[in-house]
Design a binder for this molecule. Sequence first.
Ligand SMILES: Cc1cc2nc3c(=O)[nH]c(=O)nc-3n(C[C@H](O)[C@H](O)[C@H](O)COP(=O)(O)O)c2cc1C
Length: 178
Amino acid sequence: MAQASIALIYGTDTNNTEEVGHKIAKQWEELGEQVDIFNIKDIEISQLQEYATLILGVPTWDFGGIQSDWEDIGDGLSELSLENTSVALYGLGDQFGYGDYFVDAMGWLYEKLLPTKATFIGQWSTAGYEFEASRACIEDKENFIGLAIDEDQQFELTDERIEQWVIQLYAERAVEAA
Ligand SMILES: Cc1cc2nc3c(=O)[nH]c(=O)nc-3n(C[C@H](O)[C@H](O)[C@H](O)COP(=O)(O)O)c2cc1C
């Protein structure tokens, strides 16, 4: 089956990750490509295998906890085959309220997807954030595995971060496809 282009899939409890997802998709569509948007609770996870590029969004809840709809399908995620898929992650969190667990769920999602052989794109610098620890910093504290968005403490930076990140993703994906 021919691969469709891009899907953005989010889970959310209070809609921030959905709203940010729509902004990311809009930004991408301004570059000329359509993005299919889904709530993870409304789809079969096998559908993730139908796309060449996936943008996956997850908020962190309750001291490093995983948004429940993502957590429910965690084991299934590891069984997917995403060998030819570029995957970009974004995570929502609150760096001052939960600075020891900032956007931890994004790190969890990365760990769950490692066995799928996906190609991860979209690492993002931790410069400009203040936090103690994050599971989403995979090697050191210099970079997150994906885009960290803080609607609670730094909402004024969200649009600019999204704009820069989407341009970065677009370029990284082109390199992967070459
Ligand atoms: C009770 C509670 C627990 C939270 N726990 C964390 C946490 O451990 N780490 C973090 O980075 N953010 C935490 N947050 C912040 C949320 O991730 C943040 O508000 C996010 O934007 C919610 O996204 P959603 O609206 O898509 O569910 C917590 C918020 C609340 C109210």
